[in-house]
Write a protein that binds this ligand. Sequence first.
Ligand code: FES
Length: 443
Amino acid sequence: PGEDFGQFVNLRDGWIDRNIFSDPDIYQEELHRIFARSWNFVAHESQLPNAGDFLTTYMGEDAVIVSRHRDNSIRVFANSCPHRGNKVCFADAGNTRRFVCNYHGWSFDNAGELSGMWAEQAYDEGDIDKSQTKMMPVAQVASYKGLVFATFDPDAPSLENWLGDFRWYLDMILDNEEGGTEFVGGCIKSEFSANWKFGVENFIGDAYHAGWTHDSGTRATTGGAPFPEIDMETSYHASINGHGWEFGTEGVGDIGLLGSPEVMDYYNKIRPKMAERLGEMRSKIFGSVASCSLFPNISFLPGISTFRVWLPKGPEAFELRTWVLVNKAMPDELKQEITKRVMLTFGPGGLFEMDDGENWSNCTTVNRGVATRRQLLHYGSGINRRIDNHPILPGTVYRGQYNDSNQRLFYQRWVDLMETKSLKDLPQRPEPRMASRETRELT
Ligand code: FES
């Protein structure tokens, strides 16, 4: 691919080159330029409440341990022994004082520092500097209202800058008067034969597929009612730094088709407080049919409560990890009800997950065809519907939920990351503008 990744994405006319979904060289560059430099989601703080708690996950294809240190900080380091590189921790999660390598018995504390060695007499004075021999730490770790992120790049902008004003949107799910959020239950893992970007772009803005792909699933869960009509005048796409949220502003109650009357009652009860805290507009967005992704590989459905990462496992495979995100102070029976609904729709056996997975897998396989690849893919929906300087909504805003704009802007960010030599030079997209009344409420 060389250095010109802009050749694969045309924002002006709205097309994408199919090669980015299967080319192994492009995939390798994505691991280097995107996953090894971006802020990757690694945990929710509720997963690590006590000193010694840990979990294992991936940043790109790099295995990492996320660990609560005795000083209460969260540390993230490569799950690889500095001796011969063996994987040190094979558990998904747990609590421990140290991680011990199977191969020669070196042990490491909750910060990944070398704390003990089997048969230490093998090493003479000067052979090894124990203070410098550790499991490789990431460059930066930071949290935003319960979500923990890490990056391998010391030059990555702060998490605050990386998220930018997208925090205005994120606060709809993270900032509540109920003690914040938590994950309930465990992590569900499933494997897909598809390129990781199909999951991300589907959640970032593809409202268009929902009424068609999920028609039978919707009717099965609603007693025959179809997916709600999209009002193109009062719904939007909004994008900041490649993160995107597509939503309605008048659709309160629409998610009732995937939630339950009890859950909708609860949302309607907390809505006035939300309006006081976050403004009228956000209280109306919350509860509409909406979906979101954070660049590069995190997605969630606000209100429906599935939260997920698409972990790349090669150009044509990813592992999906999902959790159920709820308000901490919600009654337990509602947490159970939400969990049940998530499993019914977006668990591995869920009606909607299976619909999507089949499409993404076929898109990936067919896009690989050597002649087929010569044709560009159409991403032009709503290309002329941009609204400049919306009085409330921050970011690049387009009218109409049926739109490819968030997808186009995700791929613009993809080009930014693929082409920018140092993340010190990473642009903000869009350029920050004067905050509106409601954006100023951002803390
Ligand atoms: Fe871990 Fe040798 S590879 S102790």
